[in-house]
Design a protein around this ligand. Structure first.
Ligand SMILES: NC(=O)c1ccc[n+]([C@@H]2O[C@H](COP(=O)([O-])OP(=O)(O)OC[C@H]3O[C@@H](n4cnc5c(N)ncnc54)[C@H](O)[C@@H]3O)[C@@H](O)[C@H]2O)c1
Ligand SMILES: [Zn+2]
Ligand SMILES: [Zn+2]
Length: 360
């Protein structure tokens, strides 16, 4: 079968829309017709060459859709199911998987953008194989993914909202609930109010944290942050500094710039925890004031994919949306076509749009 997909050939080049051929799902694989795919800053990092990744590849790693067919031995989903796709499909056998840390799975081949058997189902007409980014490549009408990447969720969640559970929401809400385990009443500062930072904000609100200070250089983002429960907003970390007296119990960095990562420690109250969620280009060091860090008893933790297990967290987050506890639909600011991803990247570079979502 054929699929229209947005392909990255080399770092720094624009994505090109192509028709690729897609083989049927083999044993343990699932064919998904994408309903929606969010555009995450991590796609932009790859597009701009900040991270070295195997290419050519269909980008996109934040998607949801409908199961169209399953390969032999697939038991957890069937045709007609609505699924959210995980960008780190767990092997379910390694030590991390066995201890409930699917986000740290070492048996997956997701990092190579390959299926468990080390291949891809996508090819160009010339026969050249094309990888699917993180083995899901959601900027495509169709995708063949490993069974453990396709997690069934309630069909009541619209695809545009469900797609964001695949990355931004699980990353942001998970950083609060799973990684940092923020208790009720804790004070929180969130640096960056894109799809990930706004999800951190919603998670903090859900956890009963407060006050919650949102920081972004874009006024449009701060207005949305206030509607989603930020008690105060600031245009910079310097401006946020004055708000909480002694500092915050938790500071989440959801931008990925050295300058904002380095601002985290100065915003923390004694004994406070900094949570790094934003990702810099590879190989970029940041510095901290080690004396003060120790003297004030601070903690700094990295949060990868919200310390999630997709099979547990995706249905839980979908349920919280359906109950009205997480207004995830507010993240969907722009619905776009597959041919408008470069425009979405440009807007993202300018700090605009909560989330652009490709709707198929
Ligand atoms: N840890 C993980 O597992 C994980 C998962 C997904 C994304 N990420 C990373 O999280 C980061 C955020 O992703 P996103 O999709 O929300 O990005 P985004 O581009 O949508 O949002 C970033 C926000 O930061 C703001 N900003 C930029 N520079 C600023 C500055 N100097 N001061 C204040 N605000 C500033 C922008 O206005 C924008 O609102 C990226 O680095 C992404 O790669 C990490
Ligand atoms: Zn992402
Ligand atoms: Zn594993």
């Amino acid at each position: 079968m054929d699929t229209r997909a947005a392909v990255l050939d080399a770092p720094g080049q624009p994505l090109v829309l192509e028709t690729l051929s897609l083989d049927a799902p083999r044993a343990g694989e699932v064919l998904v017709r994408l309903g929606a795919s969010g555009v995450c800053h991590s796609d932009l990092h790859v597009r701009d060459g900040h991270w070295k990744r195997p290419l050519p590849a269909v980008l996109g790693h934040e998607g949801a859709g409908l199961v169209e067919a399953v390969g032999d031995g697939v038991t957890s989903v069937e045709s007609g199911d609505h699924v959210v796709l995980s960008w780190w499909y767990p092997c379910r056998r390694c030590r991390s998987c066995a201890s409930g840390r699917a986000w740290a799975c070492s048996g997956t081949r997701a990092g190579e953008s390959l299926l468990p058997d080390g291949t891809t189902r996508l090819q160009r007409e010339s026969g050249e194989p094309v990888r699917a980014y993180l083995a899901i490549g959601t900027f495509s009408e169709l995708a063949v993914v490993p069974e453990s990447a396709a997690v069934r969720v309630s069909p009541d969640v619209p695809f545009d909202v469900a797609s964001l559970i695949g990355c931004a929401v699980t990353t942001g809400v998970g950083a609060v609930l799973n990684t940092a385990r923020v208790p009720a009443g804790a004070s929180v500062i969130v640096l960056g109010c894109g799809g990930v930072g706004l999800s951190v904000l919603m998670g903090a609100r859900l956890a009963g944290a407060g006050p919650i200070v949102a920081v972004d250089r874009s006024k449009e983002k701060l207005d949305l942050a206030r509607e989603l429960g930020a008690t105060q907003t600031a245009a910079s970390s310097e401006e946020a500094h004055g708000f909480l007296g002694e500092g915050a119990d938790f500071v989440f960095e959801a931008i990925g710039l050295p300058v904002t990562i380095e601002a985290v420690q100065g915003l923390l109250a004694p004994g406070g925890t900094g949570v790094l969620v934003g990702l810099t280009p590879q190989g970029v060091p940041v510095s901290l004031d080690a004396y003060t860090f120790v003297d004030r008893g601070l903690r700094l933790i990295g949060s990868n994919y919200g310390s999630s297990d997709p099979a547990v967290d995706f249905p839980r987050l979908a349920g919280l949306y359906l109950e009205g506890a997480l207004p995830l639909d507010r993240l969907v600011s722009h619905r776009i076509g597959l041919d408008e991803i470069e425009e979405a990247f440009d807007a993202m570079r300018r700090g605009e749009r909560a989330r652009s979502v490709v709707v198929f």
